[in-house]
Design a protein around this ligand. Structure first.
Ligand code: UDP
Length: 329
């Protein structure tokens, strides 16, 4: 039996593949390599290059491999891009999910762990955000993922495909030894951009907005280490294997850091000056996102190990120093 990881060549997917293999799982990876990197995939995984929307290709993998469950990371995830090109997001993310569930049902694969997002909540009504809070996305990325959650709900009722939706807050850091890490092109995420400035690859950081209703006017986010995050996926697989019901869980640290605080923490970790300027707000950004992750701790038994933002940034900096051009060197 094998665990199928869709999007296993991406930032989070590659850490999940690696961690599953470390935990003794047999792993199959599907990735179209549009944003993923072949070099990030643990060599022990069986890798198939192809697109989730390609029915013939997907059927061939499901025919060949004895799949016990699916972990689904394969999606576009850049908020500003989704504002400019929403249909790209609904096509790949939401459309891809419909195709995937059809194929799972045809092959009698009835377990899926899904990478959802805090962006499904939109501007929160209360902090910390609970799983039962209203989901009103402020951008097409969040909307595409919310639609995927809803589609899985109805597919569960109709076909008995059980799912766990894991709603990520801000994922950061890299494997401790720096062998895999975050490499997007173009990079849009805060920590890797800050570290590009620290490494002298960019002149300065632009902080998007300093007029939000927060303590220092900049956005507040909740950062969770990528290894803690992928461990929750393994727990979710076990949860489904025990015959539990479909459910959704937030994954965050329950601590919020402002963009200015993140910059200060990175200056401390790297010992670099890291020039920064204030810039206008970025469209689609909610002011504050902080998770309540009590449910994941209580129900899944999740016990995140990284509770210090500087430690998290340190692992990202370690990866960055070993891979100045990402996976290209
Ligand atoms: N951000 C920023 N400058 C950048 C990139 C990001 O000020 O060059 C801010 C962004 O507006 C948000 C926070 O950093 O408030 C985290 O953004 P990121 O894109 O990393 O993750 P998101 O919260 O969108 O998932």
């Amino acid at each position: 039996m094998t665990v199928l990881v869709l999007g296993g060549a991406g930032y989070i997917g590659s850490h999940a593949v690696d961690r599953l293999i470390e935990n003794g799982y047999d792993v199959t990876v599907i990735d179209n390599l549009i944003t993923g990197h072949r070099a990030s995939i643990n060599k022990k995984a069986h890798f198939y290059e192809g697109d989730i929307r390609d029915e013939k290709f997907m059927n061939s993998v499901f025919d060949k491999e004895d799949i016990e469950g699916v972990i689904h990371f394969a999606a576009f995830s850049v908020v500003p891009e989704s504002m400019k090109d929403p249909l790209k997001y609904f096509d790949n993310n939401t459309g891809g999910m419909i195709k995937l569930l059809e194929i799972m049902n045809d092959h009698n694969v009835k377990k899926i762990v899904f990478s959802s997002t805090a962006a499904t909540y939109g501007e929160p009504k209360q902090i910390p955000i609970k799983e039962t809070d209203p989901q009103v996305p402020t951008n097409p990325y969040g909307e595409s993922k919310l639609a995927m959650e809803k589609i899985m709900h109805w597919a569960d009722l109709a076909y008995g495909i059980k799912f766990v939706s894991l709603r990520y807050f801000n994922v950061a850091g890299a494997k401790d030894n720096g062998s895999i890490g975050e490499d997007h092109n173009p990079e849009t995420h805060l920590i890797p951009i800050i570290l590009q400035v620290a490494a002298g690859e960019r002149d300065q950081l632009s902080i998007f907005g300093d007029d939000y209703p927060t303590k220092d006017g900049t956005n507040i986010r909740d950062y969770v280490h990528v290894i803690d995050l992928v461990d929750a996926h393994i727990l979710a697989l076990k949860y489904l294997s025990k015959g539990n019901d479909s459910d959704a869980f937030n994954l965050g640290s329950s601590n919020g850091f402002s963009n200015k605080e993140m910059l200060d923490a990175a200056r401390k970790v790297t010992g670099k000056e890291i020039p920064a300027v204030m810039a206008p707000r970025r469209a689609g950004d909610p002011s504050t996102l902080i998770a309540s992750s009590d449910k994941a701790r209580n129900v899944l038994g999740w016990n995140p190990q990284y509770d210090d933002i500087e430690e998290i940034i340190k692992t990202a900096w370690n990866w960055k120093q070993q891979h100045s051009n990402g996976y290209e060197n």
